[in-house]
Design a binder for this molecule. Sequence first.
Ligand code: DC
Length: 222
Amino acid sequence: MNISIAIDGPCGAGKSTVALAVAERLGGHYLDTGAMYRAVGLYMLSLGIEPSDAEKVPEALKDCLVDVTYDEENRQHTLLNGRDVSGEIRTPEVSMAASAVGTVKAVRVTLVARQRELAGRMFLVCDGRDIGTCVIPDALLKIYLTASPEERARRRLAQLNDPSATFEKVLEDVNKRDYNDMHRAESPLTQAEDAVVVDTTHMDFDQVVETVTKLYEQRRKR
Ligand code: DC
């Protein structure tokens, strides 16, 4: 049994901030797998390759090395061919590209292998779309973190800090990414059978972190 925690769910549900806080509380590493898909998306955009192109993306992937490292504060840095792209990958354009490259099988196979390798050698609180169902199916605790699309769009808008962004556009992107992530042929976003659903629509951040941490502590005692 792997002692890691798998947190899956749709975009904007708060997976990354919750996973980071839980990892800090429990003394593990937070692995943001979305950042790895974002790095691949950024790479394809930089080459002018359509991120969902099932022929060109696997070909270009051969020269696209994605890695993660942790700094002294235990923060993840995402490296693309050795370059730290942690900041660059946080744009709406790269979000869409990440969602698109996530539909390409070769991308998933490559990134999942790397994620499993990391999970095999450290205690991870790992977030993504396929962590409990595919990457760490034997995780000690699986969480499906969700919230209504409107609430997720509202949170995303606040995070974006972009005066030109509108709620309607962000909600449209949320719905589009949900559709992509849930309907792709390769590892679509689904709830693992043994996942605990945590709906954060009416919860504040501390309540969510507390809920996940308590669930984990209960599991460890079993
Ligand atoms: O978690 P995020 O928003 O940074 O993820 C960006 C995109 O990457 C998301 O829309 C789908 C894809 N992704 C994935 O397919 N599988 C994962 N484990 C994580 C992210």
